[in-house]
Design a protein around this ligand. Sequence first.
Ligand SMILES: CC(C)(COP(=O)(O)OP(=O)(O)OC[C@H]1O[C@@H](n2cnc3c(N)ncnc32)[C@H](O)[C@@H]1OP(=O)(O)O)[C@@H](O)C(=O)NCCC(=O)NCCS
Length: 170
Amino acid sequence: MDNKVTFTIRRAEPADYESVARIFAGPKAFSGTLQLPFPSVERWRQRLAEPPEGAFNLLACVDNEVVGQLGLHTFPNNPRRRHVGQIGMAIRDDWQGKGAGSALMQAGVDLADKWLNLFRLELEVYTDNEAAIRLYEKFGFVVEGTLVRFAYRDGQYVDAYTMARLRNIV
Ligand SMILES: CC(C)(COP(=O)(O)OP(=O)(O)OC[C@H]1O[C@@H](n2cnc3c(N)ncnc32)[C@H](O)[C@@H]1OP(=O)(O)O)[C@@H](O)C(=O)NCCC(=O)NCCS
């Protein structure tokens, strides 16, 4: 049994682009998300250098090594969606199942609840992604519906659940 690892969570900086591209080079990481194989390092450099307004990119690190990423996208310029955040995340293939996803999600939820005052968090997850679904349920996300043939993955269409977490606002 592994000893419990402590993950440090911090904001992604432009200089992190190689580490983030490395996360998405892993087959499990790109298969579980909407990324493609062979990620472009240059594209990640651009994304981290010029994130869209309202985007929060968090990283999980072990001894200063980046092992996971969570993006929280908000809608500061859409008055009727200001209460909403959309989440996407991936842990580097060799670090999955060790608690990094839980540490990142805790930080993302705390940011959303306690600092951004969001009360609806939403995400999509492939219906066969048991680890991700378990993680999201642990943080209060519930399935709202099934998106049939949501994406194409490794030669087949796959369904996704749309999940949301509504914070109690009273
Ligand atoms: C899904 C993912 C983000 C989860 O992060 P993680 O660091 O692996 O998850 P954790 O180690 O924090 O575990 C979270 C929960 O999932 C469960 N879990 C972990 N691996 C599992 C597996 N292979 N099968 C079933 N459940 C699993 C754990 O038991 C844990 O629940 P618990 O704390 O109640 O025991 C990560 O595996 C990942 O990046 N996968 C590839 C990309 C992806 O699928 N991203 C999500 C897109 S929606």
